[in-house]
Design a protein around this ligand. Structure first.
Ligand code: ATR
Length: 295
């Protein structure tokens, strides 16, 4: 196979190439290397982005080794987002509130700056298709785990005022509501039990799923969508190549729907901009990854 000069230069790199990457365990499934390397090649930027399989016990050593090799930044995915927090020299406000780091910048002097771009990804993907003002809306958020914290930051920074936080383990929703009421004293965040037969669905304008229900694709999603108002927006932050059970429900009932793809791309785009100073060519990346109809 003949390799063009452009791809040869891109494949081989040179002494000037700057190193980026993603740490995770597992890591093989991650779309991040593809998203970033497509963008770097498209803009002809001399960075390389590699996946690193880092076990939890090796996180600190991997971080310091990456810095010693001259790495300029990396993403973190499961299970490293929370353990990275105390290893940072500085944190951006979103990482602090979310309690997790998904993007690290290694500064010229070696300081480590932790960012979390998930909230930006969530709100940017929402606004791409639905520009509605969030103030005055009642938003039902399902789940109270790690992913939920990024959604809360996105919604509350985005102007939301009324949030119903429904979780199977009520105490987790109560703790999160108390914490976020301290961060956002003007917001009304109400913890409720996640009993699917007893949710106040007629009163909500938007439903966001942050639980891992339906993650494996097979189970049905037990939300009584017929009880929702006609234009209630459903946002499932899970991204799956196949339609998630909640997505199928929304489609079957003609409800506006946002999937996790936009969030995935836009959280990456923000990290890309932080590291390179360039805007990610988001539409080109979507087309390349998911075909012409995806932007
Ligand atoms: P993540 O970081 O992806 O949010 P997590 O912190 O483990 O992962 O949180 C998973 C969320 O999905 C939690 O809100 C969890 O509810 P509990 O706090 O009660 O565990 C929710 N979840 C997982 N499986 C669920 C199920 N079968 N039914 C309802 N909620 C579920």
């Amino acid at each position: 196979m003949e390799i063009s000069r452009l791809s040869q230069r891109f494949l081989l790199g040179d002494g000037e190439s700057r190193l980026l990457g993603v740490f995770g365990d597992p890591i093989a499934h991650s779309l991040s290397p593809t998203i970033h390397n497509l963008s770097l090649a498209y803009l002809d930027l001399n960075f390389r982005y590699l996946p690193f399989h880092v076990r939890p016990k090796d996180l600190q050593e991997a971080l310091f080794g990456f810095r010693a090799l001259g790495g300029v930044g990396f993403n973190a995915t499961v299970p490293h987002k929370e353990p990275l927090l105390p290893l940072m020299n500085h944190l951006d406000p979103a990482a602090e509130k979310i309690g997790a780091v998904n993007t690290v910048v290694i500064e010229a002097g070696g300081d480590l700056v932790g960012y979390n771009t998930d909230a930006y990804g969530f709100i940017t993907a929402l606004r791409e298709k639905h520009t509605d003002d969030l103030a005055g809306k009642t938003i039902l958020v399902l789940g109270a785990g790690g992913a939920c914290r990024a959604v809360l930051v996105a919604l509350l920074d985005g102007g939301a005022e009324h949030i119903l936080l429904a979780n199977r383990t009520l105490s987790r929703a109560e703790n999160l509501a108390a914490l976020f009421t301290r961060y956002y004293p003007h917001a009304d965040i109400r913890p409720i039990p996640l009993l699917f037969s007893d949710l106040p669905l007629a009163k909500v304008d938007m439903v966001v799923n942050t639980t891992s229900l339906g993650l494996k694709g097979a189970e049905a999603f037990p939300l009584a969508v017929e009880a929702l108002q006609e234009q209630t927006l459903i946002y499932d932050i899970v991204y799956s190549a196949n339609k998630t059970p909640l997505q199928k429900l929304a489609l079957a009932h003609n409800l506006p729907f946002v999937d996790g793809l936009g969030m995935l791309i836009h959280q990456a785009a923000r990290a890309f901009q932080i590291w390179t100073g360039h805007l990610m060519p988001v539409d080109e990346v979507k087309k390349e990854l998911f075909g012409a109809g995806s932007s």
